[in-house]
Design a protein around this ligand. Structure first.
Ligand code: AMP
Length: 502
């Protein structure tokens, strides 16, 4: 079957009950990964899928899985008639919930049973669900290990094993758990593995799990959707919050996902935005499951305008029609930029990824641009307005010219910022140092140049940005990096702590 001729789900030989569910979801045309992965999976092949979230990959493995397992569908109340036939392993609670919701949606006209297990919530209801018997199990590794140790389920009848977001699994140090879980699966099974990126570690894992897989790649490694436009605003770190408030109100952003680098700055930013009457919630590894689910639901329903998230917490989030993602702080790892902005521009819709970049973060821009093969569009100042504002700032508050360490100068500059943001075409680069230097340049308006572009970069971080741990941006000795080469929240690094957190 030639994949480029497929324009409808009917052409994919899916059963009527699945076609009906898909149609009720409003899907008209299968996405690229669905066109390629569905026939291969239906044919019983192992699959190695190179795909990011937002490509429709969940349906690409769930639909053929439901079809292949349909022979086991039955209405018996006996748990013995409902063995676990498919195991879908995912790295985070949020992704687990989303995948489970997809399984329920696509399987709504099937008698196959499913459930989801993840940490951070009471285990008893999960035990009950497992004991009554399910064919499809969505799970995060830590909680699954707990259930296996308690003998709440067996995996000996699993026919299909899905490893979703394998790259993030490894980043989060789940490899030892994954290995143990695989040991408990029957040798003869179908394996489907998905990863947005392909490191040597991922290739090694794939070679151990998959047998002669169909290799499916729907977007070039680390490429980003053409539907996303990238905008960079140079903003001094201390002025970012004010700039953000302006940006949200000037662009009338109604639903915006904002990324910070650390749990601490996520909390702080959420508090600051709330104080400025911008309804806001934060999700990160320190929030309990109830808080995270509530925040996400409120955001999805439009009850809060802003969701502030850290990288790990936001992994896999699927928010329909999200138009804007803002990087309040750039991620230390350029691949996380791809993951972050992938929350927008999904399912054929346009999106905007805005990054507020301080001088210290400037070197990260180059590595992001190199990775995605695109230049981020720098939005320059409306220089006339900027000058006027800085002059008025200077005359009102002399301390503003005292130098970069003057807090009141920063505040004064910010106080005038509301009117400096005219539109997304003319946002002044917020730079406190520039405001200070402006005292000597009052009469040289057209000579003001943002030092971000004219002065050599001086790092305030060590050379290896991966040394930046989740410590409020402070340098933190990375003593536990055996699990990960990337900066991940400390919560996820130690298996002991991680299990608690899950
Ligand atoms: P995923 O990559 O699985 O996270 O899916 C991203 C989003 O695309 C989800 O909101 C899905 O509901 C949606 N989606 C999946 N397949 C299709 C399709 N064929 N047509 C339109 N939307 C889809």
């Amino acid at each position: 079957m030639s994949s480029n001729k497929i324009e409808s789900f009917e052409q994919l030989d899916l059963a009527a009950n699945l076609l009906r569910a898909v149609s009720e979801e409003g899907y008209k045309t299968p996405t690229d990964i669905q066109v390629q992965a569905i026939p291969a999976t239906l044919a019983g092949k192992d699959v190695m899928g190179a795909a990011q979230t937002g490509t429709g990959k969940t349906a690409s493995f769930t639909l053929p899985m439901l079809q292949r397992l349909e022979i086991h569908a039955n209405s018996s109340a006996s748990p013995a008639r409902h063995s676990v036939r498919a195991l879908i392993l995912v790295p985070t609670r949020e992704l687990a919930i989303q995948v489970y919701e997809s399984v329920k949606a696509y399987g709504k006209y099937s008698l196959l049973r499913s459930t989801v297990i993840y940490g951070g919530v009471n285990i008893d209801t999960q035990i009950e669900a497992l004991r009554s018997g399910v064919e499809i199990l969505v799970a995060t590794p830590g909680r699954l290990m707990d259930h296996l140790q308690q003998k709440n389920l067996v995996l000996s009848k699993v026919e299909i094993f899905v490893l979703d977001e394998a790259d993030r699994m490894l980043d989060m140090g789940f490899l030892p758990d994954i290995k143990q879980i695989i040991e408990l699966l029957p040798e003869k099974r179908q394996n489907l593995m998905f990863s947005a990126t392909f490191s040597e570690e991922i290739k090694k894992l794939a070679s151990k799990i998959l047998i002669n897989p169909a290799s499916i790649e729907v977007a070039k490694q680390n490429s980003v959707s053409d539907l996303i436009s990238h905008v960079l605003y140079p903003v001094d770190t201390k002025l970012k919050q004010e700039f953000l408030v302006d940006l949200i109100s000037q662009q009338a952003l109604q639903q915006v996902l904002i990324f910070t680098r650390t749990k601490h700055s996520a909390d702080r930013l959420a508090q600051q935005l709330s104080r400025r009457n911008i309804t806001c919630a934060a999700i990160h590894g320190d929030r309990n499951q109830l808080q995270r689910t509530k925040a996400l639901e409120e955001f999805k329903q439009g009850l809060v305008r802003v969701l502030v998230a850290t990288d790990v917490a936001a992994r896999g989030l699927d928010i329909e029609e999200l138009t804007h993602v803002i990087n309040f702080e750039l991620p230390g790892n350029p691949e996380d930029y791809v993951h972050r902005i992938g929350r927008t521009g999904r399912a054929g819709r346009k999106g905007t990824a805005i990054s507020l970049v301080s001088r210290e973060e400037n070197k990260l821009v180059a590595s992001i641009e190199k990775l995605i093969g695109l230049k981020l569009k720098v939005e320059q100042a409306n220089r006339k307005d900027d000058l006027e504002l800085m002059q008025s700032s200077d005359s009102k508050n002399k301390t503003a010219s005292a130098g970069p360490k003057s807090k009141s100068g920063a505040r004064n500059r910010v106080a005038n910022s509301q009117s400096s943001v005219k539109s997304n075409e003319g946002i002044a680069p917020f730079n406190k140092g520039q405001a200070a230097r402006n005292t000597n340049r009052k009469n040289k308006a057209n000579k003001i140049i943002d030092p971000l572009f004219t002065e050599p970069y001086v790092s305030s971080y060590p050379d290896n940005s991966s040394e930046l741990a989740n410590n409020g941006g402070k340098i933190h000795a990375a003593t536990h990096r055996q699990h990960s080469r990337k900066p991940v929240p400390a919560l996820f690094i130690s298996p002991a702590i991680r299990n608690k957190a899950e």
